[in-house]
Design a binder for this molecule. Structure first.
Ligand SMILES: Nc1nc2c(ncn2[C@@H]2O[C@H](COP(=O)(O)O[C@H]3[C@@H](O)[C@H](n4cnc5c(=O)[nH]c(N)nc54)O[C@@H]3COP(=O)(O)O)[C@@H](O)[C@H]2O)c(=O)[nH]1
Length: 719
């Protein structure tokens, strides 16, 4: 063998023991795009085929040692040359049997010596072309095989189910994940219909036909169809949530038209979504709807009721005395009560209604789709009964009543916010008029809602600048000589358009919106500054008391003590000249905190008076626990003095109780001589009321103080 190999060109092996024949072949083929390799014997040829791959072998038959037939036989038995075309080259035309033998041992053709140039070149050309084609085919087959292997691997390893189906919905192939998700061997899916797994939504009586499904439409129109959340059904009929995409797929060469569905099990995602949804829409403690969901539900109920001209009712429920349960029995008991209330509320509603907890002890019920408004009365009766049954809290039977407000759609309002406010307002009235009641919203309450809304807005505006407020002062006189012993500071709001607005109206709104802190701080500072000036002018004595009303919200703001100390320091006002007036309800709302903060105030030297005593809980328990100096008898008791009512007894009892605890007593709302007679007779320490003076502005107060004996000369019948 000679020459160096050019591996890109096809190789031809010429085998002949006659060197001149080899040279002739070489000459004839020299300009062909092939590389000629020469061998001088069968043995040499065999060793070459072991190492190279030839496009064609030109093989002499008559050779010493191993002739052409034997060489061909051996070549055919070797895998590398088993398919290489062999053309026998022979000197003369032999017998038919001889020729046949050549074909039998693997020859494909014959060439005769002397070699004809044209015949040799054209035969070689044909076989080289065949070789080129065979090589190409082999390469194609190989790359197809690799691609097929790769695709199979992708399908087998894919974490998503993949199903191929034809235009009729018949499954053509499925990967192992598809089988495992659908609960069967993936190979058994072939031949089944996709609708078997799509369930009633696609396969039900309404649709029924594969051709009507959007999946078919996607195949047919060559588009895709996607579902972020749907259901597929396993072989056992159980559904599971999936997200899927279907894409049209066509393989024209293979005559295939259909689609491929790629789907994934989203059970876990659905569970997380459901958990998040529950957190966002439901109250953790009671498992009732929360405020957000309640609001959405109400809006949807209104929209539906408007469309269908339906009636529904909104019940607003607030438990009476829930704070006492919390304070006295602890938060766990409070939680237990709320859970039990929630359970009872759930039992009162039907499917389509909603029970929600808005926060604290506030609940709302939406009773949807009422046939007539009178149904509300039966519903309230049922609700009433359910809620007023005794509760077993902390092992004890406890009766808790509730105040319930009802607003109905559409006669009372057709807007969510207004409806809630109406029910809330009705509930508030139920509370104010003695609790344990159901109050239906009435138009007069509506006006109050509107007024309250307006005042809320205006109050926010006014509290930002505080220039519409003024402090008035109502004198307090001692019970013996009627000498002025101090004043109570009472705020007044002079609205530029609405005129003077009484604190009875705006203070509760200021408390619920929180602006009471700003207003209260201002009243406190202003009244200290004014009274200190009066002291400096010598108009009032050094032992005068300034009483200032303080709400729980103010006390709870955190900076109360700091502010108090600052004002006292800046105005030079002495703490012993200051009295804080608080109401009984404050202790009830948060006894622990009240004890703590009042003690701090008291430690500064400031005295503490309990306002409106007798109207709240009048619990003797707190009187001994709190640092209280004064009880103010509520004016409702004072006003009825002398009317032969039990009020006389109550007033007497309060005075004697206060004295037994070493507390001073001030009677509020003293308007008549008879009041004074009675109170004096019962050793009441001080009086405040219109009999002596209404609350006065600074000018009028200064004028009063300049009088030598403003009240001392007033005629009070001798006792
Ligand atoms: N937190 C704050 N509350 C305040 C402040 N200023 C007032 N208030 C509270 O508002 C309620 C109404 O107060 P007002 O309209 O000023 O009524 C007071 C007196 O005018 C009235 N009064 C006094 N004597 C008589 C009387 O003989 N007859 C009669 N019909 N009314 C009379 O009583 C109110 C004083 O009550 P009280 O405070 O309970 O001593 C009222 O609850 C105020 O507390 C404030 O700055 N902060």
């Amino acid at each position: 063998m000679e020459g160096h190999r050019n591996y890109d060109r096809p190789m031809i092996l010429a085998v002949d023991d006659c060197q001149s024949t080899l040279l002739v072949i070489e000459k004839i083929l020299e300009d062909m795009d092939a590389q000629l390799v020469k061998a001088h014997s069968g043995r040499e040829a065999l060793s070459l085929v072991l190492r190279h791959s030839f496009a064609l072998i030109l093989l002499d038959i008559q050779m010493p040692e191993i002739d052409g037939f034997e060489t061909a036989t051996l070549m055919r038995s070797y895998l590398g040359s088993k398919d290489t075309p062999i053309i026998f080259v022979t000197a003369e035309m032999k017998s038919e049997a001889h020729i046949k033998r050549g074909y039998e041992v693997g020859g494909v053709d014959y060439l005769f010596k002397p070699l004809d140039v044209k015949i040799l070149r054209s035969k070689v050309h044909v076989f080289l072309e065949m070789d080129a084609k065979a090589k190409k085919l082999k390469e194609t087959m190989m790359s197809l095989h690799v691609a097929g292997q790769r695709n199979r691997m992708l399908l087998d390893c894919a974490g998503e189910g993949i199903i191929g189906y034809d235009l009729n919905g018949k499954i053509i192939f499925a990967n192992p994940m598809a089988g495992s998700l659908l609960g069967c061997n993936h190979e058994q899916l072939s031949g089944r219909h996709l609708l078997e797994f799509l369930g009633p939504k696609y396969d039900g009586s309404r649709v029924g036909e594969w051709e009507l499904t959007p999946i078919y439409a996607a195949c047919f129109t060559g588009s895709s169809y996607k579902r972020e959340s749907d259901t597929l059904y396993r072989s056992n009929g159980l559904g599971f949530p999936v997200a899927f995409t279907v894409n049209a797929a066509t393989l024209e060469d293979m005559g295939y038209a259909g689609g491929v569905m790629v789907f994934r099990d989203i059970t876990e995602r659905k569970e997380v979504e459901a958990r998040l949804l529950r957190l966002a829409r439901y109250d953790q403690l009671t498992e009732l709807a929360n405020r957000t969901f309640f609001r959405e539900f109400l809006e949807a109920t209104i929209a539906r009721a408007k469309r269908r001209a339906k009636l529904f009712a909104l019940f607003f429920i607030d438990l009476d005395g829930f704070k006492e349960v919390n304070d006295q029995l602890g938060h766990q008991a409070g939680d237990q009560l709320l859970k039990e209330v929630a359970k009872r509320l759930k039992e009162c509603i039907r499917i389509g209604d909603l029970a929600a907890r808005l926060g604290g002890d506030e609940f709302c019920l939406v009773f949807d789709d009422l046939s007539k408004l009178d149904d509300c009365y039966q519903l309230s009766e049922k609700l009433w009964k359910a809620l007023s049954q005794p509760y077993l809290i902390d092992g004890r039977e406890t009766v808790i009543s509730s105040s319930i407000g009802v607003a109905t759609f559409p006669d009372m309002s057709t807007e969510a916010e207004e409806l809630i406010q109406s029910a809330d307002m009705a509930m508030y009235h139920a509370k104010k008029s003695g609790k344990n009641k159901i109050q239906f919203f009435e138009p007069r309450l509506h006006e109050q809602v509107m007024e309250r809304n307006l005042l809320t807005l205006e109050l926010r505006r006014a509290s930002a600048r505080l220039n519409e407020f003024q402090v008035y002062f109502q004198p307090k006189v001692d019970g013996n000589e009627f000498k002025i012993i101090g004043v109570e500071a009472l705020v007044r709001w002079f609205h530029p358009e609405l005129g003077m607005i009484s604190p009875g109206k705006f203070v509760p709104i200021a408390e619920s919106t929180g602006v009471i802190t700003t207003i209260g701080d201002w009243v406190f500072e202003e009244s200290c500054r004014i009274t200190r000036n009066l002291q400096r002018q010598g108009l009032i004595s050094e032992d005068w008391k300034l009483a200032v009303n303080v709400s729980l919200r103010q006390l709870k703001e955190g900076h109360f003590i700091r502010n108090l100390s600052r004002v006292l320091k800046e105005t030079g006002f002495k703490p012993e000249n200051l009295e804080i007036e608080i109401t009984e309800s404050m202790f009830m709302e948060d006894t622990k905190y009240a004890v703590h903060i009042l003690q701090e105030i008291h430690n500064l030297g400031v005295t503490i008076a309990v306002d409106d005593f007798g109207t709240g809980y009048s619990s003797l328990n707190y009187l001994s626990r709190l640092p209280i100096d004064v009880l103010k008898i509520d004016r409702s008791f004072v006003m009825d003095i002398g009317k032969d009512s039990c009020e006389d007894t109550i007033v007497r009892a309060i005075i004697s109780l206060a004295h037994s605890l070493d507390l001073k007593v001030v009677a509020e709302g003293v308007e008549k001589k008879e009041h004074i007679e009675f109170l004096k007779r019962n050793q009441c320490d001080a009086f405040q009321g219109y009999y002596f003076s209404k609350p006065l502005n600074l000018v009028d107060l200064t004028e009063l103080l300049t009088l030598k004996y403003p009240f001392e000369k007033r005629g009070v019948p001798a006792l």
